[in-house]
Structure formats: C-alpha cells, structure tokens
Design a protein around this ligand. Structure first.
Ligand SMILES: NC(=O)c1ccc[n+]([C@@H]2O[C@H](COP(=O)([O-])OP(=O)(O)OC[C@H]3O[C@@H](n4cnc5c(N)ncnc54)[C@H](O)[C@@H]3O)[C@@H](O)[C@H]2O)c1
Ligand SMILES: N[C@H](CO)Cc1c[nH]c[nH+]1
Ligand SMILES: [Zn+2]
Length: 431
C-alpha cells in the first residue's frame, strides 16, 4: 500500500503511480495464451479437450442445468435461494427497463430514416470459476442478454476442482433462462467460443470477465482474422474510493478489501484530501485483512494498492478520471456535488450507504465492467452489449426526385460515377 502525495508528483510519476499491476500484462502469459488459442483454433475439439484436461482436469462437457439446479434448491438454505432470486429479479427489472427504443426521423419530407435495434444472433458468455464459481456473473450476463433477445447463448465456466458444474451456477443459469452450461474455462474456453470446437459453436460475440488469462484471450481472439467481437476488456477487479473526512475508515477499508480479495492482480486505490483519514483507513485495512479467509490473496493484491493524498476532492476526481477505475465509490458527504466531475468509471457508488458489494450482487446493474482504464471509452454490460442498431431508409417518389440530384452531385465530387448514376436512376419514372 503505497502512499503518494499527488501535488508533489510530475506527469511521469503520476502515470507510474497509476499503472496497473505488471502481472496483468506479463509477456510469458501473453505467449501462453497465444499458444493455447492457436492450438484450439487449428486443432478444434481434440486440442481443446487435451488442453482443458491438462489445465483444469477434465474435458469440456455440456451440462443440462435443471437436475443440478433442482439439487441446489434442495440443499441450499431458503434464504440463500431467496437471495439469488432477489438478485435475479432486480437485474431483470433494471435491464428490461433499459431496452433501447427504435426511432424514426423524417430528415426531409418523404425521406424517413429509422434506427432499429436487433439482438446479436449467438453470444458466448464466460462465467469465471477458477478460484470460486462466480454464479452472480451468470445473472449479470445472461439476464441482460435475454432482455436484449439474443437467440442463442453459449455459456461456459471452468469445471469445479472436484469436476463438473457447481450447483449454484446451475441454479443461476436456470433463473436466467439458460438450460445448458459447458464446463470449460480459461483461454481455451475463449478460443472455443471464438472459432468453434466440435459441438461448441463459434459465437458472434464473447462477453464476460475473467482473470488475466481470460482477458488476454478475449483481446487476442478479437484481434484475429474472423475473430468475434468482444464486450470490453474486463479483467481483474479494481476499486477506487474517494473519501472525505466524513467517511468511516472501517467501511472504506472493508470496501477496498472486497475487491482486493478477488485476485492477486486486483487493484484498489484511495484518493482523499484528508491525511488523518488516509492513515486511519490504512490501519483498518491492515487490521481487517488479517481476519479474511482469503488474506493471502488480498495481501498480494494490496502490494499494488495506492493511497493518494490530494489537495481537495476536485483533484481526487481528476485522479479517478485519469485512472478510470472499474468501480468508483464516492465516500463523501455530498456525492451529488462530486458526481458531475466524474467522467471515467465503470460503475459509481454514490454516498457512504451505497456499496460496491450491493452492485456486485443485487442492485440491478451488471457487475461486468471495464478494467485496465477501458472505462475511458467503454461502459459495462447492458442490453446494448447484446444488440446492434441498423438504419432503414424509406423514400417517397417525390422525395427521391428531390434528393437524387444533390446525391449525384456529391458522388461526382468524390469521383464516383457509378454512385451518381445510381442516384440519377431515381429521377426516372418507375417502370
Ligand atoms: N471486470 C469484471 O467485470 C469482473 C467481474 C467478475 C470477476 N472479475 C475477475 O474475474 C477473475 C476470476 O478469476 P478466476 O481465476 O477465479 O477465474 P477465471 O475463470 O477467470 O479463470 C480460471 C481459468 O484460468 C485458467 N488459468 C489459470 N491459471 C492458468 C495458467 N497458469 N495457465 C493457463 N491457464 C490458466 C484456467 O483455465 C482456469 O480455469 C478475477 O480476476 C476477478 O477479479 C472481473
Ligand atoms: N467485483 C466483481 C467485478 O469486478 C464482481 C463480483 C462477483 N462476485 C463478487 N464480485
Ligand atoms: Zn466483487
């Protein structure tokens, strides 16, 4: 947990201070991912099965979720099932309300342009499960995809350590309207979704977060010829907290640790104008981390933590905009006053009673969010992630007669005679 005084840093030091953990862009990892992706693309199912067995202990299997979900309902406590159902209901409500509306604009009399939203045909969803099955991520992906109307979802997740599909993942799948989950993960799973492998069909787009292997594999397949689209860079978790002296150090420390426990490559940051608060939060982090079941993982992540002392809250907001965190908590007494200054963040938690954990599980928005600075240009998963807009032009004969001349003129100005003649044809009476 490094402390930095923002005003004392020059531009290069500021950039270095806000760098992501180096392990996320390890060249050996990138080479490893490329090798896996190439093998699966060229070798299909046999290569996929061999790699999956070597890395995760078993070949991919399509698992029908209903019997396993039924077992989960029998074995889980009623409050556990109720909590998942609550999360699913909130995520569904938010995304159903977020569906985009088609529009029609008459740009000139008789000339109408519509924007029509259409769902993507086939989308691959990655549900992380290396350390612990993140069943909540299945809700956060599949429910928005269903709200968008995707025809076919191909869902994959790593097998459990003891093999097979986790029952709670099966229950989350059932609640999200997904009937089959493939037990395959990592870069090999992403390659299978990207290029197809045996019965796993190639997908038009791959959505979902994961560790550095998964994030790098998505980046790579999207850059390859005939590769799929991807949702966004969504790698190891990040949280920045902006706090003023009204913030509770215990709560802020708990929030920081909530993301540090995800991954040794996760990163958490604090920006505050209050030195006493900064020190109090540091003390709380040190105290609380010792009591966590995942203390080792969190401690490794905390090595890349940054505690930034700023001149004021406006400067803290600029630190956030420069870093562009996946999650940004505004642990300040007047979050609405600070919000207009925030431009770059995947999700914002406004005020001390808002919690990153609420967003992770059940507020309603998706917790699949851009990391590694991608929040400068990307938003998190929404129904838009699973749709594209197509324009439709309709023209009355009278409007065609009015616009054919200017269109032909523009075409000839670009030296494109065939375009011009195509416009000119619209001046002729219909046959
Ligand atoms: N950005 C987001 O929206 C978001 C949301 C949820 C979770 N996350 C992140 O997802 C990640 C989940 O990570 P995880 O590891 O638990 O699960 P994961 O499913 O992402 O990755 C596990 C897989 O990685 C592969 N792998 C691991 N080590 C490997 C190695 N040495 N060689 C080859 N392959 C290897 C294996 O195939 C394994 O099954 C965390 O980093 C978490 O922070 C991010
Ligand atoms: N915080 C993660 C996104 O970075 C999502 C998650 C899933 N489960 C718990 N948290
Ligand atoms: Zn989380």
């Amino acid at each position: 947990m490094k402390t930095l005084v923002w005003e004392e840093l020059g531009p290069a030091e500021r950039e270095a201070a806000l760098a992501r953990p180096a392990q996320r862009s390890d060249p050996a990892l990138q080479d490893g991912v490329r090798s896996i992706v190439d093998q699966v693309r060229d070798g299909g199912w046999d290569a996929l099965a061999a790699i999956a067995e070597r890395i995760d202990g078993e070949a991919p299997r399509p698992v029908t979720v209903s019997p396993i979900a039924a077992e989960a309902r029998r074995t889980l406590a009623a409050e556990q099932v109720a909590a998942i159902e609550l999360a699913a209901a909130n995520v569904r409500a938010f995304h159903a309300a977020s569906r985009p509306a088609d529009i029609a604009v008459e740009t000139m009399p008789g000339l109408t342009v519509r924007k029509l939203w259409r769902a993507i045909d086939r989308v691959g969803l990655y549900v992380p499960g290396g350390r612990t099955p993140l069943f909540s991520t299945l809700l956060m992906l599949a429910i928005p995809a269903q709200a968008a109307g995707v025809r076919e979802l191909v869902v994959i997740t790593p097998p459990r350590a003891q093999g097979g599909l986790d029952p709670v993942v099966a229950l989350a799948a059932e609640l999200s309207g997904v009937d089959t989950v493939w037990t395959v993960g990592g870069a090999q799973g992403i390659a299978a979704l990207a290029f197809g492998a045996g019965p796993i069909p190639r997908c038009d787009k791959i959505c979902g977060p994961g560790n550095a292997w998964v994030a790098e594999a998505k980046r790579l397949v999207a850059s390859m010829a005939h590769g799929p689209a991807i949702d966004m860079p969504a790698g190891p978790s990040e949280l920045m907290v902006i706090a003023d002296d009204r913030a509770n150090p215990r709560t802020v420390a708990a929030d920081l640790l909530s993301q540090a426990e995800h991954d040794s490559a996760a990163q958490v940051l604090l920006a505050t104008p209050s030195q006493p608060l900064l020190e109090a939060i540091r003390g709380q982090v040190e105290q609380q981390v010792a009591t966590l079941p995942r203390a080792d993982l969190a401690r490794r992540s905390l090595k890349a933590a940054r505690f930034v002392l700023t001149a004021n809250l406006a400067a803290a907001a600029e630190v956030a905009n420069t870093y562009a965190p996946e999650h940004l908590s505004l642990a300040v007494s007047d979050p609405d006053a600070l919000l207009p200054a925030i431009r770059n963040a995947g999700a914002v938690f406004a005020g001390c009673t808002a919690s990153e954990t609420f967003g992770d599980y059940l507020a309603g928005s998706s917790h699949v969010l851009p990391t590694d600075g991608a929040a400068r240009a990307w938003g998190g998963i929404s129904v838009y992630s699973f749709m594209k807009a197509m324009s439709v032009q309709t023209v009355t004969p009278a409007a065609a007669a009015r616009i054919a001349g200017p269109a032909a003129t523009l075409a000839r100005m670009e030296g494109l005679e065939a375009h011009a003649r195509s416009a000119d044809c619209r001046l002729e009476p219909a046959a």
